[in-house]
Design a protein around this ligand. Structure first.
Ligand code: MN
Length: 246
C-alpha cells in the first residue's frame, strides 16, 4: 500500500472513530486509541457504527472494525518493520504468493493479510441504504451463474451455516464476469487462489454473537438487509475492467 493512500485511509478511519459518541465510554476509549504509524491503516467504514441497526448492532460494528480489524493492521505494521516484502507489496499479490513469504512470518502474515483484505471488502459492501437487489449486468450474471437472486441467497446462507468454527462465505468474480460461491476457513480468502472477491460475509462469532448469540442462521438471513448492491455492482464492473483489487 502506498504511503499517500495509507495516510488518507488512516485519517478517514480516525474521523469515523471520533464520531462514535453514543457508544459506552469504556469501549470507546479503547477503540479511540491511535493506530500505530506504518504502511497499513484501518479503512473508513463510510457510515456510523449504528447505521446497520437493527440487523447489526453498533457495539458489534465498533469492536469488529476497530479492534478485530485493528489487530490485523497492528500485526501487519509490525511485520512490515522487519520485512520489506510486507511493507512494499500489494495485498492481493502477497496473498496470491503467500507461500513464498519468509517462513518465520508466513502463517501470521497470511492470516493478517487475509483478515485485512476480507474486512476491507466487508465494510465496503454493507450500507444502511442503496439498492436492495442486484441490478443490470450483475443481476444477469447472478441469474446465469448462481440460479437467480433467491437461490443465491439460499445457497449462500447454507454455505455460511456449514462453515465449521470461524470463516467466510464469498462470491468470486472472474475477469469475464463469471460468478462462483466458495467458503473459506479462518481469514483465508479467494485472493490466495488468485481469484477476485465480489462480496462475502463474515461468519466468525465476533461478527454476530452480541446480538444473535448462537443463531448464525438468523444473522445470515438478516445480513441481506444491509448488503450494498450499488457497491457490489461497482465491484462487478471493476472486476471486468481488471481494476478490482481487494
Ligand atoms: Mn471479522
Amino acid at each position: 500500500m502506498n504511503t499517500q493512500l495509507s495516510r488518507r485511509l488512516f485519517l478517514a478511519g480516525a474521523s469515523v472513530a471520533a464520531g462514535a459518541s453514543v457508544l459506552p465510554k469504556a469501549v470507546f476509549a479503547q477503540a479511540a486509541a491511535p493506530a500505530p504509524a506504518g504502511a497499513f491503516a484501518l479503512p473508513q467504514l463510510g457510515y456510523a457504527f449504528n447505521a446497520l441497526e437493527p440487523h447489526i448492532d453498533a457495539m458489534t460494528m465498533e469492536i469488529h472494525s476497530q479492534r478485530h480489524h485493528g489487530a490485523f493492521i497492528t500485526n501487519l505494521n509490525n511485520f512490515a518493520k522487519d520485512h520489506g516484502v510486507i511493507a512494499n507489496g500489494s495485498v492481493p499479490k502477497l496473498l496470491a504468493e503467500w507461500q513464498q513469504l519468509p517462513e518465520s512470518i508466513r502463517v501470521g502474515a497470511k492470516n493478517s493479510l487475509g483478515g485485512h483484505a476480507n474486512h476491507t471488502m466487508f465494510w465496503q459492501i454493507m450500507t444502511p441504504g442503496g439498492a436492495k437487489t442486484p441490478e443490470g449486468e450483475l443481476k444477469a450474471a447472478i441469474d446465469r451463474d448462481l440460479g437467480g437472486f433467491d437461490k443465491m441467497k439460499a445457497d449462500f446462507n447454507g454455505a455460511g451455516g456449514r462453515v465449521f468454527g470461524s470463516g467466510w462465505v464469498f462470491v468470486t468474480v472472474s475477469k469475464e464476469g463469471k460468478l462462483a460461491m466458495v467458503s473459506k476457513p479462518g481469514q483465508d480468502t479467494p485472493l490466495m487462489d488468485g481469484q477476485m472477491v465480489l462480496f462475502g460475509n463474515d461468519v466468525w462469532e465476533h461478527a454476530y454473537y452480541l446480538k444473535y448469540q448462537n443463531r448464525r442462521a438468523e444473522y445470515l438471513a438478516n445480513w441481506w438487509n444491509v448488503a450494498n448492491w450499488s457497491k457490489i455492482g461497482e465491484r462487478f464492473a471493476a472486476a471486468k475492467a481488471g481494476k478490482l483489487a481487494i
